[in-house]
Design a protein. Structure first.
Length: 99
C-alpha cells in the first residue's frame, strides 16, 4: 500500500465500503509495506463507514505493517486482528459457510 498501489486500492475499497456495507474486513496478509498514502486510504474509508454507524477492521498484517500501524496510531482507530474469526466476532458479523 504505497503511492503506486494506493490509487487502485482506494477505488476498490471505496466501492466495498459504500452503502449498504456495515462491516468491512480488510485483509492485509499480502501487504508488505504501507506508506502514509496507504494509511490515509484506510483512515478515509474507516471514517466514511463510521459516519454511517458502520465499522472496518484490519486482518493479519505482517510484523512490519503492524509496527507502522502502531507508530502512526492507526491501530487505535481501526481494530487490528490476527484471525478472521476474531475480526468477524468483533464486528458482530456472521460468516457464511462458503466464505
Amino acid at each position: 500500500m504505497d503511492a503506486a498501489g494506493s490509487a487502485e486500492i482506494h477505488a476498490s475499497l471505496a466501492v466495498l465500503t459504500a452503502p449498504p456495507a456495515n462491516a468491512v474486513i480488510v485483509d492485509l496478509t499480502k501487504v508488505e509495506i504501507i506508506t502514509s498514502v496507504g494509511i490515509r486510504t484506510l483512515l478515509l474509508n474507516a471514517k466514511a463507514l463510521k459516519s454511517r454507524g458502520a465499522r472496518m477492521v484490519l486482518l493479519n498484517p505482517d510484523a512490519t505493517v503492524t509496527k507502522v500501524l502502531a507508530i502512526s496510531g492507526v491501530d487505535q482507530v481501526i481494530g487490528v486482528f490476527r484471525d478472521l474469526e476474531t475480526a468477524c466476532a468483533n464486528l458482530g458479523c456472521e460468516r457464511s459457510s462458503n466464505a
